[in-house]
Design a protein around this ligand. Structure first.
Ligand code: DGP
Length: 111
């Protein structure tokens, strides 16, 4: 069971800010920006590389949830949406998730 499955099943606490039948969003425990939210599908897809064509609606939904939460969290000056996939990207939890970061200027290119 991934740490995110434990959050989804309420076995461990998290600051959940949004949830529906398909996904949940909560504040990252190690925020890299004043706003750092993770949007996590309830069905486990380990990482983007493992997604299938069946996951197309789910993947689209995760981005639209990021859009909606950015509005709700008043990220009116911009925000970044990140998916880390695999070791070179620094993926640390093998349960697909979208990072939503904002409320500060973010450098580019990323480290
Ligand atoms: P990634 O490196 O893309 O796999 O991002 C995993 C993120 O998950 C990382 O930013 C820290 C966050 N994280 C790990 N464990 C927990 C936890 O128990 N609670 C919360 N809220 N976030 C966690």
């Amino acid at each position: 069971m991934t740490i995110f499955e434990k959050i989804i099943s309420r076995q461990i606490p998290a600051k959940i800010i949004w949830e529906d039948d398909d996904a949940v969003a909560f504040h990252d425990v190690d925020p890299q920006a004043p706003v750092h939210v993770l949007i996590v599908p309830k069905r486990v897809v380990p990482r983007l590389a493992d997604a299938t064509d069946e996951d197309r609606p789910l993947l689209g939904k995760l981005l639209l949830v990021a859009r909606d939460l950015a509005k709700k969290l008043e990220l009116s000056n911009g925000y970044r949406v990140v998916i880390n996939c695999g070791p070179d990207a620094g993926e640390s939890v093998p349960h697909l998730h979208v990072h939503l970061l904002g409320k500060r200027a973010l450098a580019w290119p990323p480290g």
